[in-house]
Design a protein around this ligand. Structure first.
Ligand code: AMP
Ligand code: ZN
Length: 138
């Protein structure tokens, strides 16, 4: 996609500080880095979100994510690490090309995800689980 910033990076048309690359994935420093070492792991094909990943690409992306996370951990020794991935604007996605954030974390670094726990009743959890099981195609 010509107007996609991550496709431009994959194509080498704009600069990026690359830390890892293989035939399916490229990982580079996030230009808006929350903390030193904040890295994006990006699928090379233009896939908008997690729903567009086939099994092979999903496996390659997560294998690369774990590898990059180990390297970031070794390089920066943070006491915590967030692995974060957003799909769709309501979830906070701003670049519509699939990517995973690897974010080394320190206490008080200002990164926050509001997570209002609602503790639904067991019957509701069971009904929701049944709905998802029915939607699984394999
Ligand atoms: P998200 O909000 O999850 O879609 O994250 C998109 C991320 O892409 C943001 O953290 C941006 O800082 C980052 N970003 C946007 N453009 C570039 C770029 N040219 N190089 C590196 N990171 C970028
Ligand atoms: Zn793209």
């Amino acid at each position: 996609m010509t107007d996609c910033v991550f496709c431009k990076i994959v194509a080498g048309a704009i600069p990026a500080s690359v830390v890892y690359e293989d035939e399916s994935v490229v990982a580079f420093m996030d230009i808006g880095a929350v903390n030193p070492g904040h890295t994006l792991v990006v699928a090379k094909p233009h896939v908008a979100d997690v729903f567009g990943l086939d099994d092979a690409l999903a496996a390659r992306v997560f294998q690369a994510t774990a590898r990059v996370a180990r390297a970031v951990q070794a390089a920066f020794s943070p006491p915590g690490m967030s692995v974060y991935q957003a799909n769709g604007a309501p979830a906070g996605q701003t670049v519509m090309h699939f990517h995973v954030h690897v974010v080394p974390r320190w206490p008080g670094d200002g990164m926050d995800l509001v997570w209002p726990v609602k503790n639904p009743p067991r019957e509701e959890l069971a009904a929701n689980a049944a709905k998802i099981r029915a939607a699984l195609t394999h």
